[in-house]
Design a protein around this ligand. Sequence first.
Ligand SMILES: [Zn+2]
Length: 402
Amino acid sequence: MATPRNRAGSVRAADLRWRGALAVLDEMRRAPGVTRAAVARRLGLSTGSATEITSRLRDLALLAETPAATTSRGRPTSVLTPHPDGPLVIAVDLRQEDWRCAVASLDGRPGIAESGTHRSRAPEQVIDTVAQAVRRLHHRYGQRVRAISVAIAATVQHGKVVQSAVLGWDAVDLAALTSDPRTPLLIGNDATLAGLAEARQGAAAGAASVLHITVEVGVGGTLVIDGRPMHGATGAGGEFGHLPFGDPDLRCPCGARGCWDLAVDGRAIARHLGEPPPRDPRTYAEQVLARTPADPAVRAAIGRTTTGLAHGLAGLINALDPAVVTLGGLAESLRAATEPQFTAALADGLMRFRRPHPPPVLAAALGRDGALHGAVVTALDHVLTEDGLAAWAALHSSRSPA
Ligand SMILES: [Zn+2]
């Protein structure tokens, strides 16, 4: 991104020791409400350095300090929280049925500001509605908004939507979601962003390699290594649902044959029950899962679907060797409904050497908010860089001469 550093010659990146500042802000982001003393301990900073950095960040409206409750043994310290006039990001979650717009400060907690249900899924109507909501928020917060980040149920390549089976879209330009060219627009696949959020702050926080799998309509996910999703050469990686783990006789709406997508969701359950393809496979699957205990035919259909999910997951574990697996959406519901079958099918698909110590398979912690959290994470990663902070400092000093 362009960095207007020259507008404030006295606040060049090097002068402000952005590296120390970034480390302190990362600590605040990881644990909002952390004390300055705890941050200094974690980063190995002297009390003097920590105080100097936090007071500089306070002057730049990047964090606020309030006195911490002191214990008889501890020295007085302060609690670090986002500054009330500090940078913000707008996060958008664009799903099959609805959309949400949220605003987050540097603590990364999205507050939903606007939301709605699609009246029509025609791309121009959806984009126009969401763009108006983004524009209202941008107008309200002005240049405090440092990035707009969109999570969408679509394949994203080179930062652009190229295809969405669930929305019924081909290539669609989302550029209208930002009306100010100075504000970066970041676009990511929803399942990838949900996996990123689970790896950074959810069920797998702290693990070095995390495989996230989620089922809504079809299956999506990502492999996150050291806190970064594996995007591939063009950004379109992680389309696990289009691995040929399904029935080779079935053609997927994506264009390929035999996709795993068709073997793990409400469409699969309906096929196994001999029922017509559901119009809304997600809701259909939830309704059938609610019937499970009573009906042996339903139990069998759910069991076959769970087996298809677990076998594919085993293949991915064999190939990718994750330290932790997280399951979101219907994937976790299917496992919970038929735990013994899931466990047996997973073990059956694992290479023999892996069976005694398979990676833990955990329920995703962020639920249906995972993608929105992931959009915020991506936006803050963009803002909390040396260039991002220098741009903010330049803006701040041009507004409020010291
Ligand atoms: Zn496919």
